[in-house]
Design a protein around this ligand. Structure first.
Ligand SMILES: Nc1ncnc2c1ncn2[C@@H]1O[C@H](COP(=O)(O)OP(=O)(O)OP(=O)(O)O)[C@@H](O)[C@H]1O
Ligand SMILES: [Mg+2]
Length: 291
C-alpha cells in the first residue's frame, strides 16, 4: 500500500469544491458576505486580500472550524455540510494553519503520523512509518536531513515542509495553506513554492493564502481577491499584473459588480473531452514557449 496517490497530472481537472454565497458573521462583524469560491483538482488557487478581508474565515469554513451562516458548499457536485474538522477530514480537505501545530519535542516521523500511527500487533510499526515518511519527502523533493531529529531543530522552511507532508497522510483532495511563506527567507520560500508545485503535480487542489504577490504570481493558476468580506475579482495568473491585483486588494478597483466578467480558467480540452495538459510555464505564457 502506498501513501501517495497516482499522479493526476494531465487528467481532466475536475471541480472538487464550490462555495456559493457564503455568509459568516461574528456578532456584529460581517466577516463574509455572499462569497463564491471554487477549487479544481491539480490547480493552485491563491486567495488574497488585505488584513481582515476574510481569507482565514473562508478557509476555516472549509476546514469545519466555523459553520457558515448562509450559502452552500458542493463537494464533487453534491451539496455537503461541513460541520466539524472531522467532516472536513472525511471529505479530504486538509488545512495547514499558520501556526503549523507541530509537536516540537517529537521527531519528523512522529509528527507525520501523530494520531494515525501504523501499528503491528501491539507495537508501533516504526520501520514502516519511517520508510513511508522518506518516500513522501522524496516525492515532494523535500530537503530534510534526518527524519529522526526533533522538529524543534529544523529551519522554518523545513518545519513548513513537515506540516505540509503531514497534511498529505490522509490523501486529501484539497490542501489549504494559510500564509506558508510568511515567516521564511528567500531560499526557504523558494523551497516551499517548489513544494506547492509538487502538490499540484500530485493532483491536489491547493488553496494558497498569501500576502506576497511575487509568491502568488509564481505558483498560482488562478487568483481570487477578497475585500471587506466580499469577492472583489478573480484573475488568471498568466494574465494579471501585481498592480492590478493590488488595486483589487486595496479597493482602487471595485470589482464587486464586474467580477463575474472574468471567465473562470477552463482547461483546453480535446474533442473527446480530455484535457490537454499544460506545464505551469506554458500556463503562464499564452504563446506556449517553455523556457
Ligand atoms: N473568531 C472571531 N471572532 C470575532 N471576529 C472574528 C473572528 N475571526 C475573524 N473575525 C473577524 O472577521 C474579519 C475577517 O477576519 P479574517 O481573519 O478572516 O481575515 P484575514 O483576511 O484572514 O486577515 P489577515 O490577513 O490579517 O489574516 C475580521 O474583521 C476579523 O476581526
Ligand atoms: Mg488570516
Amino acid at each position: 500500500m502506498s501513501i501517495a496517490p497516482p499522479p493526476r497530472t494531465g487528467r481532466h481537472r475536475d471541480r472538487v469544491l464550490a462555495m456559493r454565497g457564503i455568509d459568516k458573521h461574528f456578532g456584529a462583524v460581517r466577516a463574509l458576505t455572499g462569497v463564491d469560491f471554487e477549487v479544481n483538482e491539480g490547480e493552485v488557487v491563491a486567495l488574497v486580500g488585505d488584513n481582515g478581508a476574510g481569507k482565514s474565515t473562508l478557509v476555516k469554513v472549509l476546514a469545519g472550524v466555523h459553520p457558515p451562516d448562509g450559502g452552500t458548499i458542493e463537494f464533487d457536485g453534491d451539496p455537503v455540510h461541513i460541520g466539524s474538522p472531522a467532516d472536513a477530514q472525511e471529505f479530504g480537505i486538509a488545512t495547514v494553519f499558520q501556526d503549523l501545530a507541530l509537536c516540537d519535542n517529537l521527531d519528523v516521523v512522529a509528527n507525520l503520523w501523530l494520531g494515525r500511527e501504523l501499528v503491528e500487533g501491539a507495537r508501533l510499526d516504526e520501520v514502516d512509518m519511517e520508510q513511508r515518511t522518506w518516500a513522501l519527502l522524496r516525492e515532494l523533493s523535500a530537503k530534510i536531513p534526518s527524519v529522526r531529529t526533533p522538529v524543534a531543530s529544523l529551519s522554518g522552511g523545513q518545519r513548513q515542509t513537515v506540516a505540509i507532508a503531514r497534511s498529505l497522510i490522509g490523501e486529501p483532495r484539497v490542501v489549504i495553506l494559510d500564509e506558508p511563506t510568511a515567516a521564511l527567507g528567500v531560499a526557504q520560500t523558494a523551497e516551499v513554492l517548489n513544494l506547492i508545485e509538487r502538490l499540484r503535480e500530485r493532483g491536489h487542489g491547493v488553496v494558497l493564502i498569501s500576502h506576497n504577490m511575487a509568491d502568488v504570481m509564481a505558483v498560482a493558476d488562478r487568483i481570487v481577491v477578497l475585500r471587506l468580506g466580499r469577492n472583489n475579482g478573480e484573475y488568471n495568473a498568466a494574465e494579471v499584473t501585481s498592480e492590478i491585483l493590488i488595486a483589487a486588494i486595496t479597493g482602487a478597483v471595485d470589482n464587486s459588480v464586474s467580477r463575474r466578467a472574468t471567465p473562470p480558467v477552463v482547461p483546453d480540452t480535446r474533442t473527446d473531452g480530455t484535457v490537454i495538459p499544460l506545464t505551469s510555464r506554458e500556463r503562464r505564457r499564452p504563446g506556449g514557449g517553455a523556457s
